[in-house]
Design a protein. Structure first.
Length: 558
């Protein structure tokens, strides 16, 4: 085949899935000398990388590259999401895609010369069309570590693909070690985050569905918006909150006071009535925060996936959507709801998002220790103390329960940078919460001011080009009755195409609307897969569809 025609064929193939890369390649001058293309003993063309001294380094076996690829791909066991560090002539990718159980293949490349002339030379000499046209294949070129991480997170879902297997093309990674080390770290970070998300969904997927359906049915009369605020004060429930009560009483005169649900009883016991309370936990244990009651007139902000019992505690109730695909679908198709950023994984992070969404330009933060100062877990008045007091006996007193709660995860003792001999415990999860909030502070429209406490210091990175915050928290008018939407949603679930064996091919076959509906059942699928150990994709999806439609019928019948 004429090499110019081969280049055009490759461009046409990649244009269907990566128009940006196709455009860049089409503007790239094709230069020779980056590679030598030599035949292997078995007849396949093998590109040889030319180093600065002019030496040629074959990217594959010069004896039998296909046999080499087959041997390496056979090391893949239960993992169906494969990341190839280096594209080469595509032998690894082609062999991986021959396996029926392979869900997706992502090839990562770096250092293909200025203006992609190295990749252009490969496209000019190697036929990649079969790879580039396969919906299970994608090519990532010269991405930063963060961009590669985000790409993997957008493609990889543990519930659909199982594990991840990274396979290096040694002749490429050895000559560009620094770039591919960055890629490997990005892959590990993406897998860690995806696995963490999967663990949460596997635990709460069933409860989320139940709560969302019931809250939607009971939210018919809740509409309207809230006047914007200028300044906000947020109370978390760290031990430092007990010491900051006097300062809170002084500052709340000209601040809109938002309490996270855990801090509500602490504030009420100190004769402080917040303007609003926010809760994001889907578990019924969150009801303990409201055992002392919710004063009349206090606004209650709930994730649509919160327990319906909490919604019954307030007449000033405002729902919002978070990252759950069903809440987002409801907001699009049934009733527009404000969306809060809850990606920090904790209610304090969500409270900051709420204050910003309400229009605050400055946010003070109290009691956000993200650690256990002096070995204490919560401020005085928090629910665990009354709960433990009721459960205590001679063999398991209050102090023992608090200690058991504290040491349930591995802890690191850190000397605090304050006067005296202060110290605090920190664990991996609390550190993650703090770092996520610090990261958020750098891109917020509101300025964040953490009040110094006894716990881990929060290093805020204020944006230099901060704009005025014009956001408002408002709920749109419902497009349809909740009951009608639930029937509509049930029919959409039931009419999804029958699942195929391969998840990637099934997703490719779905229309945009069907793909959005399919996404709504994935958290439940995580729960079912984890609980019942279902590995077959078709069986898993059919089970999730069946359970969802059954739950809708139950809610409509209540």
């Amino acid at each position: 085949m004429d090499k110019d025609n081969l280049f055009e064929k490759n461009l046409l193939a990649i244009s269907k899935r990566n128009r940006e890369l196709c455009f860049r390649l089409s503007k790239t001058a094709i230069k020779t000398g980056r590679y030598k293309f030599l035949p292997s003993r078995s007849g396949e063309i093998v590109p040889n990388w030319i180093d600065h001294q002019g030496a040629a380094h074959p990217l594959h076996s010069m004896r039998d590259p296909q046999k080499e690829a087959k041997r390496l791909i056979e090391t893949v066991q239960s993992e169906s999401f494969i990341v190839l560090l280096g594209l080469g002539a595509g032998f690894y990718a082609e062999e991986a895609l021959r396996r029926e159980e392979t869900g997706f293949v992502l090839a990562v490349e770096y250092g293909l010369c200025d203006d992609l002339c190295g990749l252009a030379e490969l496209f000019h000499n190697i036929d990649y069309t079969r790879l580039l046209e396969d919906p299970r294949f994608s090519l990532a070129v010269d991405l930063s570590g963060e961009d590669l991480k985000q790409l993997i997170l957008s493609l990889y879902q543990p519930v659909l693909f199982g594990g991840v297997k990274a396979i290096p093309l040694r002749s490429r990674t050895d000559f560009l070690a620094e770039s591919f080390i960055t890629a490997k770290k990005a892959i590990e970070a993406a897998v860690d985050q995806a696995s963490s998300d999967y663990s949460v969904q596997a635990r709460f997927g069933k409860r989320w569905l139940s709560n969302i359906l019931r809250n939607l049915k009971n939210s018919g009369g809740i509409n309207g918006g809230i006047p914007p605020i200028k300044k906000a004060a947020i109370c978390a429930a760290g031990p430092s909150l007990s010491l900051q009560i006097p300062a809170i009483k002084k500052s709340t005169k000209d601040r809109f006071l938002i309490a996270v649900d855990t801090s509500l009883p602490c504030l009420l016991n100190a004769d402080i009535t917040p303007d609003a309370v926010i809760s994001i936990d889907c578990q019924h244990i969150s009801y303990y925060h409201f055992m002392d009651g919710l004063p009349e007139g206090v606004l209650l902000f709930l994730d649509l996936a919160s327990p319906p019992l909490l919604a019954s505690r307030s007449k000033s109730l405002h729902f919002f959507t978070s990252a759950h695909p069903l809440t987002r679908y409801i907001s699009q198709a049934c009733k527009p709801l404000p969306e809060l950023d809850t990606s920090g994984g904790n209610v304090t992070y969500a409270a900051v998002s709420l204050a910003e969404q309400m229009g605050a330009s400055a946010i003070e933060l109290y009691g956000a220790d993200f650690s256990y100062p002096g070995g204490v877990s919560y401020a005085r008045g928090a629910y665990i103390y009354s709960l433990f007091a009721k459960r205590q006996n001679r063999f398991f007193p209050l102090e023992a329960q608090c200690s058991d709660f504290l040491y349930r995860t591995p802890l690191e003792k850190i000397n605090a940078q304050v006067e005296g001999d202060s110290w605090y415990y920190e664990n991996r999860l609390l550190k993650f919460y703090r770092l996520r909030l610090e990261e958020k502070s750098s891109c917020m429209e509101a300025a964040l001011f953490p009040v110094k406490g006894l716990g881990a210091p929060i290093c805020v990175r204020q944006a230099e080009d901060r704009k005025h915050n014009f956001k408002t928290f408002s709920v749109g008018k419902a497009a349809t009755r909740a009951e009608d939407f639930l029937l509509f949603y049930k029919n959409k679930i039931a009419s999804l195409p029958k699942p195929e064996k391969n998840a990637a091919l099934y997703l490719e076959s779905l229309k945009d609307e069907d793909r959005a509906v399919f996404a709504t059942i994935l958290p439940l699928a995580c729960f079912i897969k984890n609980r019942n150990s279902i590995s077959d994709f078709r069986e898993l999806i059919e089970e999730a569809k069946s359970y969802t439609t059954t739950q809708i019928d139950k809610v409509l019948a209540e």
